[in-house]
Design a protein around this ligand. Structure first.
Ligand SMILES: *[C@@H]1O[C@H](CO)[C@@H](O)[C@H](O)[C@H]1NC(C)=O
Ligand SMILES: *[C@@H]1O[C@H](CO)[C@@H](O)[C@H](O)[C@H]1NC(C)=O
Ligand SMILES: *[C@@H]1O[C@H](CO)[C@@H](O)[C@H](O)[C@H]1NC(C)=O
Ligand SMILES: *[C@@H]1O[C@H](CO)[C@@H](O)[C@H](O)[C@H]1NC(C)=O
Ligand SMILES: *[C@@H]1O[C@H](CO)[C@@H](O)[C@H](O)[C@H]1NC(C)=O
Length: 463
């Protein structure tokens, strides 16, 4: 096989296998059958069982396939034994569909009788739950290869006098006459699993890094079925930042926070992880138990994984950098908080909200560099031009000042961040911000900041 061919197989794997619940491995075969050894960055389990089809695992399989060289004979049986072995060792549920995609460009070196006996025996050990889809390229797609590949796919060995096993799941033989069609042809196995139900749940992929710069995205897709016939698939890429933006703004004060995990406990969003827009590498999946370290959290964890809703009081932790994290360390604060959680059922995620109990909501994490009262200056100097007494200058066409710093608020600072994002600021709003932040009397009206921000403002004044 050529490298281009490998590439195509990899894309096919990637495209079709990156759905949340899929598990996958690869068996390369010739004279012998080999499985990827696995590495510590991706999963190490490939050799033993199927690994979840996460982006990093697919990438690893990709590079494994890229490194393969074709040589020797073509022993189908060795490949089948290895593939059934992986399926057998993988913990699974009865609802999971199991399929072996058997791609070959050579006719078998072993006898058809042996092959068919072997499939029959191996599948019986798995209660005949495994479907086999065979793909023939080159010689294997010619009349010489078609017969055995068809028999394998139908798991019907009567041509070779192997007795028929009832209740097998029939697959299909798909010849690939033109190698450039490898990708669409290999994807056809999907149709065999299509269930004829009118209401289909959308499929949602594990978040992955979008190659075109959108950041971390997830693909949501639905089959398009017209008059009982599959016509195609509609899909949309949604950035995680969009998907979770409501949640990102949810917290009522600085110590309360939301987090989202998927149905295997992997963190989709948590304040201790970079925000979805801030991630540049392939997403790395962190187990929520590594982030929520309280041992009583395990009960919440179990419930969240089971898709239940609930509420519980626990000690939460806030970890804040003292300055430069490596050299100056962090301050860890513990405080009682209510954990609320409920499933986001369609996606199989679970959302939790950690609300700090009110009497503990204040904490003093003031930087020694915090400005003194009266120093607050909002960045829209253009709106309050006449009131800024210091020396103004032009910088890239904007009004700037040299001797003081100005402040811009993150949407997060407001109770209603959307209002802040969508409305035009005027000299009136800027005056409100300034009055509030510079207020010595603490009587100024809060122009819409979250509680925590106002506390920070009054802390300002006392220092
Ligand atoms: C096969 O079915 C039997 C009886 O239903 C069950 O006890 C056994 O666990 C099943 N084996 C597998 C591998 O699914
Ligand atoms: C099995 O294959 C034989 C020969 O091709 C065919 O006659 C028979 O109908 C097949 N049986 C099933 C159950 O498909
Ligand atoms: C799917 O179901 C619809 C109605 O329930 C039926 O008309 C159609 O023939 C079915 N299609 C297939 C492929 O079974
Ligand atoms: C904000 O200002 C822009 C341009 O000055 C205007 O087009 C827009 O309608 C304004 N939006 C609101 C909400 O007032
Ligand atoms: C805001 O600016 C408008 C003109 O742009 C002016 O008429 C008004 O007096 C200003 N209001 C305040 C509070 O400065």
């Amino acid at each position: 096989m050529t490298v281009t061919l490998h590439r195509c197989i990899s894309c096919t794997l990637f495209l079709s296998l990156c759905f949340v619940r899929l598990q996958v491995s690869v068996v390369a075969f010739g004279t012998n059958a080999n499985k990827p050894p696995g590495n510590t960055e991706a999963s190490t389990c490939f050799n033993r069982q199927l690994a979840s089809a996460s982006p990093s695992n697919i990438k690893y399989l990709d590079s494994y396939i890229d490194g393969l060289n074709a040589y020797g004979s073509t022993f189908y049986r060795k490949a089948l034994r290895a593939a059934f072995g992986l399926l057998k060792k993988t913990p699974t549920t009865s609802q999971r569909d199991k399929v072996i995609l058997f791609l070959t460009d050579g006719i078998p070196s072993d006898s058809p009788v042996e092959i068919m006996e072997s499939i029959k025996g191996l599948n019986k050990e798995l209660n005949n739950t495994v479907m086999i889809v065979t793909y023939g390229l080159g010689e294997a797609a010619s009349s010489k290869g078609t017969e055995i590949l068809t028999s394998m796919a139908e798991q019907n060995g009567t041509l070779y006098e192997v007795e028929l096993e009832p209740n097998v799941r029939k697959g299909a033989f798909i010849p690939i006459l033109n190698p450039s069609e490898l990708r669409p042809r290999m994807g056809l196995y999907y149709a065999l699993f299509l269930k004829n139900t009118t209401v289909q749940e959308p499929s949602i992929t594990i978040p992955y890094m979008d190659a075109w710069g959108l950041g971390v995205v997830t693909t949501v897709s639905l089959p398009l079925i017209l008059e009982g016939q599959l016509k195609g698939v509609v899909g949309i890429d949604i950035t995680m930042a969009d998907l979770l933006s409501d949640v990102l703004y949810l917290s009522a004060d600085a110590l309360s926070y939301p987090f989202v995990i998927d149905n295997r406990g992997r963190v989709m969003m948590h304040p201790l992880l970079p925000s979805p827009v801030g991630a540049y590498e392939d997403p790395i999946f962190v187990d929520i138990r590594d982030v929520e370290r309280n041992k009583n959290f395990l009960e919440v964890y179990d419930d969240m994984l089971k898709g239940k809703a609930g509420v519980k009081q626990l000690m939460a932790e806030s970890i804040q950098s003292r300055g430069e994290t490596l050299l100056e360390g962090v301050v860890v604060q513990k405080f009682p908080a209510m954990y609320y959680w409920r499933p986001i059922s369609v996606v199989g995620y679970s959302l939790a909200l950690v609300l700090v109990l009110e009497q503990h909501a204040k904490h003093s994490m003031l930087s020694p560099l915090a400005p003194s009262a009266g120093d607050f200056l909002y960045h829209r100097l253009d709106l309050i031009q006449s009131q800024v007494d210091t020396s103004q200058c032009r910088y890239f066409g904007n009004i700037a000042i040299k001797d003081r710093s100005t402040v811009k608020f993150a949407p997060d600072a407001f109770v209603d961040p959307y209002h802040y994002l969508d409305s035009n600021e005027s000299n009136v709003t800027v005056r409100q911000y300034s009055q509030y932040m510079n207020d010595v009397t603490t009587f100024a009206t809060n122009p819409g900041f979250k509680v925590r921000v106002s506390i920070t403002a009054s802390d300002f004044k006392c220092s």
